[in-house]
Unconditional design. Sequence first.
Length: 70
Amino acid sequence: MSIMFNKDPFITAQVIELVIRERECSLSTREWKHRLAGYGYAIKDTDHGQVVETLPHHVEVGVLPAEMTA
């Protein structure tokens, strides 16, 4: 089975928007990551910032804005 992932900028923007909206609703980083896992996403810390990836296949979706890493 091959994993297909669409690199559509519109979809990437929607996922990043979801991640930002969920961060605003969460009281802690732990709760935020738990909420994202419910949607099928995770946050991975890398050398070039925090990256949103899909679960369980760990396919990168996009990089979070710099102001989100605080």
